[in-house]
Design a protein around this ligand. Structure first.
Ligand SMILES: NC(=O)c1ccc[n+]([C@@H]2O[C@H](COP(=O)([O-])OP(=O)(O)OC[C@H]3O[C@@H](n4cnc5c(N)ncnc54)[C@H](OP(=O)(O)O)[C@@H]3O)[C@@H](O)[C@H]2O)c1
Length: 341
């Protein structure tokens, strides 16, 4: 089997750490791995497959002799280094929002649109975490009964913001419990014991950028510009796992039983839905696992063609690192590494 030379940009971050874990767990065919971060982490040592590897500062020369570059170091780093990596011959799978809506860059969830990988020109974008888990659950239903409208409310964990936010929730929780003054630096308000309806910046249309990503990215991934979508994205004091209440209007009625049967066969989905024993997905259960869990599937009492469901997944795994590695696996399996665009 062919082996690939892999680079991880942002290797010291929450998603970067998950990249390392998943590459090991899935036994990705790699002959070498280069760990890259900012100059702050240069010289740190991390273990990959029991081998100690030194973290290097990301510089333009970092991408020589690299086949696949997995990026998770923020939009500015991606915007600057991804084209350099692509020119050096690597295929970039980028976790930031820098290229997602670029018409020349495929935006891929392997369970939905793997064939879009084929036309990449050196950069493939990994969607936003809340969008990924939603489309994995929506697409199998859409194929059977086209979706006309989606209303989604999210309950997103702090790890979605990165390691500084995980520290902030930990510190603030202690501060509240010990009666100390609470200091906020990552979020505009206290996140411990609180709920904030603000993720990313506010736009001119009064939505946040995170909410608008869910609208635009869903349509691009599903090739369905006609679907009407409205999202409200909310940060909750949970460490890992995003939850979503998804309200769907189909072209025709769909019973909850039919939806359960379709989703039970869908790739990457696990249905947990038995309210008689309080069986439904929740963030604590999803953390550290790979599936997109769906439960609380019920008829929308306000619309004859409507269904409501509850969708939960690990934002660092399926919402970020796992999806990117699945893209890389698909590329290597189908021999789609060389640019097709
Ligand atoms: N967390 C999620 O659920 C999630 C989901 C989807 C996408 N993403 C995206 O993934 C990216 C990283 O997220 P994260 O949660 O892992 O954040 P994080 O824990 O804050 O880690 C950030 C990483 O980026 C590196 N970095 C920062 N500036 C850099 C620079 N100038 N050059 C090279 N590396 C640099 C950091 O290196 P140092 O250690 O040297 O500072 C660190 O490795 C973001 O673009 C985010 O939007 C995150």
């Amino acid at each position: 089997m062919k082996q690939y030379r892999v680079a991880i940009v942002g290797a010291t971050g929450l998603v970067g750490q998950e990249f390392i874990r998943i590459l090991e767990q899935r036994d990705f065919p790699m002959s070498s791995v280069r760990l890259l971060a900012s100059d702050r982490s240069a010289g740190r040592k991390l273990f990959v497959r029991h081998e100690e590897i030194e973290v290097e500062e990301t510089v333009p020369e970092s991408f020589e002799n690299v086949d696949i570059a997995l990026f998770s170091a923020g939009g500015d780093t991606s915007r600057y280094f991804s084209p350099i990596a692509a020119r050096a011959g690597a295929v970039v799978v980028d976790n930031s929002s820098a290229f997602r809506m670029d018409p020349g860059v495929p935006l891929v969830v392997p369970e939905v649109n793997p064939e879009d990988i084929k036309w990449h020109r050196g950069i493939i974008a990994n969607p936003n975490c809340s969008t990924i888990q939603m489309v994995v659950a929506l697409y199998p239903l859409h194929k059977v009964n086209p979706i006309k409208r989606v209303i989604v409310d999210t309950y997103q964990s702090v790890s979605g913001t990165g390691s500084a936010a995980v520290e902030e929730l930990t510190t603030q929780t202690k501060q509240v419990l010990e009666g100390q003054e609470v200091v906020s630096s990552v979020y505009p308000h206290q996140i411990a014991f609180n709920v904030l309806p603000e993720i990313d910046v506010f736009l001119d249309n009064a939505y946040t950028k995170e909410e608008w990503k869910m609208v635009e990215e869903t349509r691009k991934i599903m090739h369905a510009n006609e679907i009407a979508i409205s999202a409200t994205c909310v940060r909750v004091p949970v460490f890992t796992g995003h939850s979503e209440a998804v309200n769907i209007e189909f072209s025709r009625p769909m019973s909850p039983d039919e939806a359960r049967q379709i989703l039970a066969r869908a790739p990457g989905v696990k249905v947990l839905d038995d309210t008689t024993v309080s069986l439904y997905p929740h963030a604590w259960l999803a953390a550290g696992t790979d599936e997109v869990y769906v439960g609380r599937i019920r008829q929308d009492a306000s619309h004859p063609n409507g269904l409501v469901m509850w969708v939960v997944s690990d934002n660092l795994r399926k919402g970020a690192a796992l999806n990117a590695i699945q893209i890389a696996e698909e590329m290597t399996r189908r021999d789609w590494l060389s640019s097709g665009g």
